[in-house]
Design a protein around this ligand. Sequence first.
Ligand code: TYM
Length: 335
Amino acid sequence: QQRIFSGIQPSGGLTLGNYLGALKRFAEKQDEGIETVYCLVDMHAITVWQDPTGLRQQTREAAAAFIASGVDPKRSILFNQSQVSAHAELAWIFNCVARMGWMGRMTQWKDKTAGKNTENASLGLFAYPALMAADILAYKATHVPVGDDQKQHLELCRDIATKFNNDFGVDFFPITEPMIEGVATRVMSLRDGSKKMSKSDPSDQSRINLTDDGDMIAKKIKKAKTDAEPLPSELDGLADRPEARNLVNIYAALAGISAEQVLTDHGGAQFGSFKPALAELAVSVMSPITTEMNRLMQDPAEIDRILGDGALRANAIARPIVDEVYDIVGMIRSR
Ligand code: TYM
């Protein structure tokens, strides 16, 4: 029995990277008929400071982005993490299973604290991957679709599951498989082909936001950094051209074709003609999503209702699993 779990942090506006690397694929998995559980991880978001009003707004906006991207809250479970206490409860158990050394080796922790005094980082930021493992394992999820940047966290999730099973001599948690698939597992910045497209990049020109209108999307693509060569007709020709490769991959992901096919169709073209073609494609795919997000955001009470319904259904799966964990660990359960 397969069960998919994945999550997105509502810690700011979402980007084309989140759409192509995560949301679009979440909708595809649901359409393949697999059981899908999707979570807005508001408790992960507060590992760095979030303004309370902003957090609520961003959580609703992220929920709207899921739905506008094709996640159907009837066929999938869509909810925010803090409404299902199993996540926090299991995270505590995992804080006691995982080792400090494992957490200290996480590149995200190292990147986020690089050049800063870790004395002032929140304890939650350090323990973040244990909460992430709890998200997944509270549902005994077998598969987790994510972008490439989450790979190390998913390996840690497997380590935690393995250590828990060994420590207690049980075969309880599954060893979850990451699903890092397709051409858009790492969408890069439009300004620097060596950096990931990210909501936290100080330059708004570096990313396409799901809230950008068509004109803005076209403008950002036309200004994207490139080199002066025409597109090659074979993938090999992109090897040392990260910016060109990124635009080709974005085209392929948006069109639902392979990067090879993009080069068969556009090989030899200059960026002067490829960029307008990419802009037109991006606008045609993204604009309906932005419009639908805006429509959904008109009715925040309806979004909250959807999240509440999702939380009840999520809790029905996670509660018995976490109760069993308490039992395995040796906690008295007498009420
Ligand atoms: P987050 O919120 O940073 O990103 C959400 C999802 O979007 C993917 N992604 C990208 N994919 C391709 N190109 C990019 N430039 C890009 N930027 C982001 C991410 O890989 C991710 O799949 N720790 C997670 C959230 C989380 C989670 C979980 C995920 C919490 N619990 C349990 C899976 C399972 C995070 O910060 O993702």
